[in-house]
Design a protein. Structure first.
Length: 126
């Protein structure tokens, strides 16, 4: 069986990081992904897809990603079901195991320039 998803889109908001009771980092964000075809009005619709990252990847996403940034996400689809008031809610999300930053992150400190070798400074895969 196969459950793989590859998405390219822009963050709709800054990532939100939290820690589980066991101290594991979890970061969530939403990607806006344009569809490959236009609707009857000639507009390309957008899907908003929830993304979850864990551990070191979660820490990197929380630190370096921000609203509007273009990223590629690779992972698997997970469906969570919640019951509230007698109704069942289905919440699809992508659990990412790889996030590629397709644009440079916003500068952390105003006035500090980033070099062309910015991406080479990291020894962990994104």
């Amino acid at each position: 069986m196969l459950n793989r998803i590859v998405l390219i889109g822009r963050l709709t908001r800054d990532p939100e990081m939290r820690y589980t009771s066991n101290g594991i980092a979890v970061t969530s964000f939403t990607l806006a992904v344009q569809r490959n075809y236009a609707n009857q009005q000639g507009e390309r619709e957008v899907d908003f897809i929830n993304i979850v990252t864990w551990r070191k990847l979660a820490e990197h996403c929380a630190q370096y990603l921000s609203k509007g940034q273009l990223v590629a996400v690779e992972g698997s689809l997970q469906i969570r079901k919640n019951e509230s008031g007698g109704r069942t809610y289905i919440n699809p999300e992508v659990v990412a195991d790889n996030v590629r930053f397709l644009e440079r992150p916003k500068e952390q400190n105003q006035g500090q320039e980033q070099t062309d070798d910015f991406w080479n400074d990291f020894d962990v895969p994104f």
